[in-house]
Design a protein around this ligand. Structure first.
Ligand SMILES: [Cu+2]
Length: 110
């Protein structure tokens, strides 16, 4: 009887514990040969998330987006993390301000 009650208590605990864990999305983007990969990443709408941009080129990049309101230099071989505010569904253009002609993409928020 004692074991049965303990098992039930544990089952209840895990049932209630699961939703309490914050599910934060992290969008990973790599810059290589002056291209974003992926160039069309996705993110969930109406919740904050993180974006990690890794620069695998030997030149500096500046990750920039007017609509995401971010602008941050990524040194060669370095990685930056940005906190993005909750966004409405839509398409958010981003680019490398140091290589605008080759390096751009769109974040799809849905
Ligand atoms: Cu800029």
């Amino acid at each position: 009887m004692k074991i049965a009650r303990l098992t039930a208590a544990l089952a209840l605990t895990s049932m209630f514990a699961a939703p309490a864990v914050a599910q934060q999305t992290t969008v990973h983007i790599t810059i290589k040969d002056h291209r974003f990969s992926p160039s069309e990443p996705h993110a969930p709408a109406n919740q904050p998330f993180a974006m990690v941009v890794k620069n695998q080129d030997s030149t500096a990049s500046e990750f920039e987006s007017k609509t995401l309101r971010v602008e941050k230099v990524v040194a060669p071989g370095a990685e930056i993390t940005m906190r993005i505010r909750p966004l409405n569904p839509g398409r958010y253009h981003f680019f490398d301000d140091f290589h605008q002609d080759t390096t751009e993409g769109d974040l799809f928020v849905e």
